[in-house]
Design a protein around this ligand. Structure first.
Ligand code: FES
Length: 56
């Protein structure tokens, strides 16, 4: 599922980025560019990042 249409970032990519070493939503944003244009996806992207971080 696409989370960020501006940057073409999926929920799977957010999860992979965290599994690959990103420790915060901020790291994910820097790594993938998610939420850096219109910002509409920020809420959902943050939620996915938090859920994934919480599971580990
Ligand atoms: Fe993510 Fe626009 S949808 S920045």
């Amino acid at each position: 599922m696409y989370v960020c249409l501006c940057q073409g970032v999926t929920d799977g990519q957010i999860r992979s980025a965290i599994q690959g070493g990103c420790c915060t939503y901020r790291d994910v944003r820097i790594a993938l560019g998610v939420g850096t244009q219109c910002g509409k996806c920020a809420c959902v992207a943050k939620q996915i990042a938090r859920e994934t971080l919480g599971e580990e």
